[in-house]
Design a protein around this ligand. Structure first.
Ligand code: AMP
Length: 215
């Protein structure tokens, strides 16, 4: 049956990498609102132009803009066929309420990693500017900063500056933590420890999601 999943996690908790693996595992569409916005910025679409200054400063893009983006994406055929895994949405209670007006959710996962660990991971994070694949200074691509998957340039994200990171973590605490609590109140939240190797965390996530789906 098609899955309807959400994944929460602070910047640098490994949410991006894990959500791609999870979507593949469940045959669901991987929907990262951050990736969609970065593509809109790169293509200078009206949404990209509106979102860029919010993103560069580490602020949240207004709910109305985000809701339009997500509603349009959820209506596409791949979502109808295999379900979805939303990565980076919802980030506010307003977004969460609007989402549940569009679709039910099976499981919301909170991938938890301590703040000092995420700060260290973000400063070493590097991303392919073409396909979005994530690397780090300690796990670089095989050829110097050329993506192993698509040959694109692997760079540091524009918003991975210390000031923007601090702002994003602040928005996470003030807006997204209460949103996670809101899902807990709806009995769809599972919490998963994000410390460990990619394989360990991935296995932990799948086991927690399967358990919650069949509970
Ligand atoms: P991410 O790649 O998920 O870290 O998102 C990068 C940036 O895109 C965030 O810092 C926000 O400026 C914006 N963004 C992504 N998703 C959302 C959302 N659900 N609500 C508001 N802003 C978002």
């Amino acid at each position: 049956m098609a899955v309807r999943l959400l994944i929460f996690g602070r910047q640098g908790a490994g949410k991006g990498t894990q959500s791609v693996l999870l979507a593949r595992h469940y045959g669901a569409a991987h929907i990262s609102t951050g990736d969609m916005l970065r593509e809109a910025v790169a293509n200078a679409t009206p949404i990209g132009l509106e979102a860029k200054s919010f993103m560069d400063s580490g602020c949240l893009v207004p709910d109305e803009v985000m809701l339009g983006v997500v509603e349009e994406r959820l209506a596409r055929p791949d979502v109808m066929a295999g379900g979805f895994l939303l990565d980076g949405f919802p980030r506010t209670i307003g977004q969460a309420e609007a989402l549940l007006g569009l679709t039910p959710i099976d499981v919301a996962v909170d991938l938890v990693v301590a703040e000092d660990v995420v700060l260290e991971r973000i400063s070493s994070r590097r991303v392919c500017s073409s396909c979005g694949r994530i690397y780090s200074v300690s796990e670089p691509p095989t050829r110097a900063w050329i993506c192993d998957t698509c040959g694109g340039d692997v760079v540091q994200r524009d918003d991975d500056t210390p000031a923007a990171v601090t702002k994003r973590l602040g928005a996470y605490t003030s807006e997204t933590q209460p949103t996670i609590g809101w899902f807990d109140g709806k009995d769809v939240l599972v919490t998963v420890d994000g410390l460990g190797t990619r394989e360990e965390v991935s296995a932990r996530l799948i086991s927690a999601i399967d358990h919650a789906r069949h509970a």
